[in-house]
Design a protein around this ligand. Sequence first.
Ligand code: HAM
Length: 432
Amino acid sequence: MAYRAVKGMNDILPPEIELWQQLESAFVRAAHLYGFAEVRTPLVEPTELFVRSIGEVTDVVQKEMYTFERHHDSLTLRPEGTASCVRAYVQHSMHAKDPVTRWYYMGPMYRAERPQRGRYRQFYQAGCEIFGDPGPTCDSELIAMLVGLFQQLGISDLRVALNSIGGAESRARYRQALLDFLRPLASQLSEESQRRLEENPLRVLDSKAPRDQELTADAPSTLDALTSEDRGHFDEICTQLSALQVPYEISTRLVRGLDYYSRTLFEVQSNSGELGAQNAIAGGGRYDGLVKRLGGPDVPSIGFAMGLERILLAMGNRPVTSEPFVFVAPLGAACVREALVMAQQIRAAGFRVELDGRDNSLKSKLRRANSSGATLAIVFGEAELESGKVQLKDLAGHSQSDVARDAIAAEVAARLSASPDAARADQSGGGQ
Ligand code: HAM
């Protein structure tokens, strides 16, 4: 039997990969504009790192981690990027080098969830983390950056949900209010929620069981439990987002599924394109206590991560706007050698070239040129070469002309720069 990729893990092949590359470069460009620098951390970390940061009583830790033993160590494939960033931040004493550190990352994450559209077992995140800034200004900026990027990518129907669960004191107050609300309902909750009730009541609010959702519909609001300082922090974010004209909705039910959060929480959802039920395209929040809990100093932090597969689904099946390129089709061995040189000259001018050096007929070369997506084709046989000319075909416009061999690189460069695809390809990595 032929092998297949592991369930929930996907190959990404051309031409789809071009959309990925465009999305990644748009994200990197936005991250640079906001002052973030890239970090790359290992895909595998000590299991304990995730248990301590994400929290023991969470779906990710209890059900979804890929964990294995090697040399008596328990290791886990990273289910998210924040814990690794915090580990690296502490390990390299970043706080001593700069009071504020702004990092971004991109790469695969692993969660053994039930696969469906927009939910995979290996999926890609791009994320940003800011260490050393208590906000609220950087909170608003992060959210504005996300929304700006999604708008630039043409994702419509965006919903930004915003909430605050406050710092330690507000969270303790909220926990008590939630326990008082949930305890009388305990026997009607699902078994899992009953188990979580005393250990981690906030997680009861994430339950996917419809009955739990009904029962908790009137749960107390996190905002009512905020201290005046936490409330002031939250209100300022709202004011700043309004000044930035970023639309948002306060969602007091938003608690997010990871335990490290404090104060600001946000999620961006979209119903555009082909996204189905898994409509959260990005999520994040503040995690002021985590650096300290993982052995570092008391450094406030905030970040987000976005799911690249979901963003591509939200962008819909838009045609790939690929870099325009030229297909070179020489006929006969002498022409193939000449074409090698010609292709290098055109590439040196910065343009993509596909050279068909196979020993086959003009007809099959032209068929391949037409299906390749090339904008132009250069065709020549020995007779043309002797007269110092080659044929330049405009594959989209179905026209052709003779161009002097010596002028071909310049002519191709001029035509490809003017092609509408070139303009679009340039924009894809552009700013906001
Ligand atoms: P998260 O909400 O678990 O947060 O994941 C962030 C995003 O990753 C989601 O909004 C979604 O787009 C995508 N995602 C999550 N799970 C899957 C999956 N199984 N398949 C496809 N996409 C998925 C975090 O991971 C936090 N580390 C975010 C953060 C950074 N908070 C602070 N800093």
